[in-house]
Design a protein around this ligand. Structure first.
Ligand code: XMP
Length: 421
């Protein structure tokens, strides 16, 4: 794409620290992160306006020497003030705008306009298939393609019965009725819950959900026939974490699971593969997606399946949906929804004794969880104000039948994980 000047960041320690890259982007300059095993010829092809060296190094790497001989300004992060402080940011801004004469041409408005026209040209009248998950990445991809070639796009949304309260209805309303996309809605709740009957082991549940998702898609693909493009909501951290440096893979990315295997398509389309998550959200806003969709917190593919301990029966999932809804409502009411990375409820398989209207009860315990994180690799539990916990606790026990005890999860990751299963 030709709209932008490029800054190349060479990560000498190969650990893929994304912080400096995000800071450069926030200063409206496009940057590319490469590893310590990058080839100087490839860097040259990008015609960088400057190079930033980051990470620890013994100074003897061939790439470090080669970069310094390129004839473009080089900033060494090791000689800078802390990038998270004001002095570090001022130094970075000075390097970008004064030393490298950046124009500040990297904005999400320019990106959106350019991407839409590029997609329009590429797609023409060909057929595009996009699996909507409800997540922000696939939503923004679909919205970009819809702007570019509305007639070409078919979206498929599978309701596996493990979504949160009202979530599937919202997706159909926003993407179908409001945005006018050609949306195929598949209600597969009975199919998934049928397969999951009697299954309690966490990994077995995950496996069944993943496989069934592919089977549902396989059936749908037979009806749709072959398509030219399959959309994948890959984002830049997926690419980086799949390994840019000599230290290699951090994690492999599976945004659409095994879908490429069951769909007859010619090419993968990845409209947001150059963007960080916050940039994807900005593009979503730019092209008119509703705020609730753009700001959606991370939600796992297997949905409530990993938040409902024990068997996944509809009546248990309904209890969880109601509890989760109240908790989220109380957090939003107190204005904490924008301050927290992820917050949700978990239904345990433990029952305990309680009393309601002077009668003994024997009902479920639910757990509430709220965590702060930067990349989901580590997380800390949020010190939620007692007022929020109190209001949520009162409402949950008043409004949801089947729950008589509520606990707050006070563990961080590690040693626990964010999800319970
Ligand atoms: P854990 O539980 O591993 O979660 O600490 C880290 C982050 O990943 C999300 N998560 C998933 N996301 N498919 C997904 O798309 C999954 O199977 C899955 N499991 C966990 C979790 O919500 C958290 O943000």
């Amino acid at each position: 794409m030709d709209i932008r000047q490029t800054m190349v960041i060479v990560d000498l320690s190969g650990k893929c620290n994304q912080l400096i890259a995000r800071c450069v982007r926030n200063l409206n300059v496009y940057c590319k992160l490469v590893g310590d095993n990058a080839k100087i010829e490839d860097i040259k092809k990008d015609q960088p306006i400057g190079i930033i060296l980051t990470g620890e190094s013994d100074g003897a790497r061939p790439i470090e020497k080669a970069v310094k001989e390129l004839g473009v300004p080089v900033l060494d992060e090791r000689n800078m003030a802390d990038i998270e402080g004001e002095a570090g940011m001022a130094e970075l801004r000075d390097f970008l705008y004064n030393t490298c004469s950046a124009k500040g041409d990297w904005t999400m408005k320019a990106f959106s306009e350019h991407m839409i026209s590029e997609l329009r040209e590429k797609i023409g009248t060909k057929k595009v298939l996009c699996a909507l998950s409800g997540g922000v990445d696939s939503a923004v991809c679909a919205a970009l393609i819809h702007k570019a070639a509305p007639e070409s796009l078919t979206c498929v949304y599978v309701n596996h019965g493990l979504m949160r309260k009202n979530e599937s209805e919202e997706i159909v309303r926003i993407f179908g009725a409001e945005l006018g996309m050609n949306l195929i809605y598949i209600d597969a709740e009975d199919r998934f819950l049928g397969k999951l009957k009697g299954v309690t082991e966490p990994e077995a549940k995950r496996k069944i959900i993943g496989e069934e998702f592919i089977r549902v898609f396989e059936d749908e693909a037979k009806k749709i026939g072959s398509v030219d493009f399959l959309v994948q909501g890959t984002i830049y951290p997926d690419i980086i974490e799949s390994g840019i440096g000599s230290k290699g893979l951090v994690k492999s990315h599976h945004n659409v699971g095994g879908l490429p295997d069951v769909i007859d398509f010619d090419e993968i389309l990845e409209p947001v593969r150059d963007l960080f998550k916050d940039e994807v959200r900005k593009v979503g806003r730019e092209i008119g997606l509703p705020e609730a969709q753009v700001n959606r917190q991370p939600f796992p593919g297997p949905g409530l399946g990993v938040r409902c301990i024990g068997e996944l029966r509809k009546e248990r999932l309904d209890i969880l949906r109601d509890v989760d809804f109240i908790f989220r409502e109380e957090i939003a009411k107190a204005g904490w929804d924008t301050k927290i990375w992820q917050y949700f409820a978990v239904l345990t398989d433990m029952k305990s004794v309680g009393v309601r209207d002077e009668v003994r009860t024997y009902e479920y315990t639910v757990a509430l969880r709220a965590i702060h994180s930067i990349d989901a690799m580590t997380a800390e539990f949020v010190h939620l104000p007692y007022e929020i916990l109190t209001a949520a606790s009162r409402r949950i026990t008043d409004e949801v039948i089947g729950v008589n005890r509520i606990v707050y999860d006070i563990t961080s990751k590690p040693p626990s994980t964010i999800e319970w299963e």
